[in-house]
Design a protein around this ligand. Structure first.
Ligand code: COA
Ligand code: AMP
Length: 639
């Protein structure tokens, strides 16, 4: 592959010295219906906006453009679903045809530019078609991860106020059928906002009964005449993707059309070193940011080929599935979460299942979603024989902020435990609690100096105030990421975990605050703390410490069972909430703040100093005894 003419150092310096000039140059790589009037500007809120005045259509860039450029017969998407025993290949022309007709069907249902459409589907081609069809119409999609329960879906319906919800009749988790329709019906029942229509995609293994007048069959919509692309403003929203904040109300991260397309196009080449016509396999779910960006939009905008996988890294049918996919579809890049690699390693410690798969085309394994521990990093590199690249990003950014951008020349090589260096466009800095940059090797808060590059969230859906408060107010001139970390003396960044009430369970971002709200609502609970404790497989998992109300007599096993069921019902099984322990009190500072970090360190077996402000130091010993008795926490697990 031809390296980019720019070195990493040159590209990075240029991107910060004159962001507008740098991104104006990148914007020339995509097709505009109308060129932007301004590369970088500020809106009436003072929020930065990219490419104001420009008009384009993201679906056009992803499909029509490539068909027009001679890629009609190139595979755009390989669908591979061991859970349903299905494989299918869609060329650019075929994906365009389906998308244009489905867009026509949505249009006939009354979907207009700017309208919201919720998509509640697992990794299946119809979901990708639905996303692209919304983009085609200038409608704003919001994909809700299929593992979320009805309550989570209802919260998102009320916030996004969709005119239409498109859902699968169900999904398949290993060999377990998950019917989605009952969850959808319950969510609509719970929500205040009612969509005008729901579009149901039946599946061979689960069929849903349709409510006459409201529910429409997905395939009926494909009978409509094809719809053309609607030119939208670069600053118009393409999608909303909800992500966990520190409370029960998720944050609606907004992605615009123009900045997103430019940034993703750039990232494919500069970060992943991919060229049009090459294949990327992102082993994620379309319900997450990784799925949006690197299963759907970036590969298609690039004219590359994507692999849409419906299954798990293990047990579908075995821990060699990812390697089979990489070989079969000739992927140059595989992208997944470290937790998936840990799951594979657990089942195939010697990496024997790589054998028999031709991985000679694979160039890199990229990992994100949580910090990659050095043991997993070393193992993957050894087994695959290609560089492993841990890179850091968030739903908010939509594309990597720290990485080893392999498409640029003279990039410092990746290093175990580090997420690499700032990607061009991101002025990443480690700040202390007062907002001052800290010296190398000092841990602090990970922030990015404004303006954020194209592709990052311009705001939160219908909540400019929360955007300002949550990300910008702490340190004027910076975006605060919510992560903690440090930079070493050679400039490598290390992201060590969240500094807020957010945790990462098997690469899924969840709110401990939300779980606390739910646990605290149980009639027997006086107060509680939900901790994201270390987990060898999932990275983190939640554990509830519960103080009973005076006079409550419920036994711990019963309470635990009820709380586990409650979290499954309200958030979903993905939360992996399996333990609730009754404790006499919670450790607090004298001002009443629960010492969550100390509790977490205690459970994880990390050394900690007892904060001088603690009101009751003896309670830590009592909680240690409880954790030990239950075998909960890495420090106390019986192996
Ligand atoms: N729909 C419905 N239920 C789902 C679901 C979905 N899409 N995804 C997970 N669940 C359920 C599972 O069935 C399981 O339910 P159970 O408690 O009844 O058994 C529960 O949620 C926990 O699921 P999970 O954490 O996926 O556990 P697992 O043991 O099935 O698999 C891993 C473990 C590590 C293999 C898996 O979590 C994984 O592949 N993680 C990678 C995630 C990822 O790619 N994240 C994106 C970042 S790039
Ligand atoms: P999400 O918004 O779901 O993508 O989750 C983003 C969060 O995942 C970040 O704020 C980090 O806490 C964590 N994360 C993602 N990638 C990495 C990484 N490479 N290293 C460390 N943490 C990561």
């Amino acid at each position: 592959m031809e390296p980019s003419p720019l070195t990493y150092a040159e590209a990075y310096a240029a991107s910060l010295a004159d962001p507008a000039a740098f991104w104006a140059e990148q914007a020339r790589q995509i097709h505009w219906f109308q060129e932007p009037a301004q590369t970088l500007s500020q809106d009436e809120n003072g929020f930065y906006r990219w490419f104001a005045g420009g008009r384009l259509n993201t679906c056009y860039l992803a499909l029509d453009y490539h068909v027009a450029q001679g890629r009609a017969t190139q595979p755009a998407l390989h669908y591979d679903s061991p859970v349903t025993g299905t494989k299918a290949r869609y060329t650019y022309a075929e994906l365009l045809d389906l998308t244009a007709r489905f867009a026509g069907g949505l249009h006939d249902l009354g979907v207009l530019p700017g309208d919201r459409v919720i998509i509640y589907m697992p990794n299946m081609p119809e979901a990708v078609v639905a996303m692209l069809a919304c983009a085609r119409l200038g409608a704003v999609h919001s994909v809700v991860f299929g593992g979320f329960a009805a309550h989570e879906l209802a919260v998102r319906i009320d916030d996004a106020e969709p005119v239409v919800v498109i859902a699968a009749a169900g999904g398949m988790e290993l060999d377990k059928v998950i019917p989605y329709k009952p969850l959808l019906d319950a969510a609509i029942e719970q929500a205040t906002h009612k969509p005008s229509h729901t579009v149901i995609c039946q599946r061979p293994f689960v069929r849903a009964a349709l409510v006459p007048g409201r529910d429409v069959d997905y395939r009926e919509l494909l009978k409509a005449p094809p719809a053309d692309c609607v030119a939208v403003a670069a600053t118009d929203p393409l999608y909303i993707l909800y992500t966990s904040g520190t409370t029960g109300k998720p944050k609606g991260v907004v992605r615009d059309n123009g900045g997103h397309a430019v940034a993703l196009r750039y990232s494919m080449e500069a970060i992943y070193g991919l060229q049009p016509g090459e294949t990327i396999f992102a082993g994620s779910d379309i319900g997450w940011a990784v799925g949006h960006s690197y299963i759907v939009y970036a590969p298609l905008i690039m004219g590359a080929t994507t692999v849409l996988f419906e299954g798990k890294p293990v047990r579908t049918p075995d821990a060699g599935t990812f390697w089979r996919l990489a070989a079969e579809y000739e992927a140059r890049v595989v992208f997944t979460a470290p937790t998936a690699i840990r799951a594979i390693k657990k089942e195939d410690p010697a990496g024997l299942l790589t054998q028999g798969h031709d991985l000679s085309r694979l160039r890199y394994l990229f990992l994100a979603g949580e910090r990659c521990d050095p043991a997993t990093y070393e193992w993957a590199g050894r087994v695959l024989g290609v560089p492993v690249i841990d890179h850091w990003w968030q739903t908010e950014s939509g594309w990597p902020m720290l990485a080893t951008p392999v498409g640029l020349a003279e990039v410092p090589p990746p290093r175990a435990g580090s997420a690499g260096h700032p990607v061009p466009g991101y002025a990443v800095q480690i700040l202390d609690e007062t907002g001052q940059p800290v010296p190398p090797t000092t841990t602090g808060l990970v922030a990015v100096r404004l303006p954020l590059p194209p592709g990052c969230l311009p705001t939160l859906w219908h909540d400019d105030e929360r955007f300002r408060r949550g990300y910008l107010d702490a340190f004027p001139g910076y975006y605060l990421s919510g992560d903690g970390g440090y930079q070493d003396a050679e400039g490598y960044f290390f992201i060590m975990g969240r500094v807020d009430d957010v945790m990462n369970v098997a690469g899924h971002r969840l709110s401990t605050g939300e779980m606390e709200e739910l646990v605290a609502a149980h009639p027997a609970v006086a107060e509680c703390a939900v901790l994201g404790i270390a987990c060898e497989l999932r990275g983190q998992r939640p554990v509830g410490l519960v103080v009973l109300k005076d006079g409550a007599t419920i036994a711990e096993p019963q309470l635990e069972q009820e709380l586990v069921a409650l979290i499954r019902e309200k958030i979903g099984a993905v939360a992996s909430f399996r333990h609730a322990l009754v404790v006499p009190r919670l450790p607090k500072t004298r001002s009443g703040k629960i010492l969550r970090k100390t509790l977490r360190q205690l459970a994880d077996g990390e050394a900690f100093t007892i904060p001088p402000t603690i009101d009751d130091p003896l309670i830590l010993d009592e909680i240690r005894t409880r954790l030990q008795a239950r075998g909960v926490g890495l420090a106390f697990e019986k192996r």
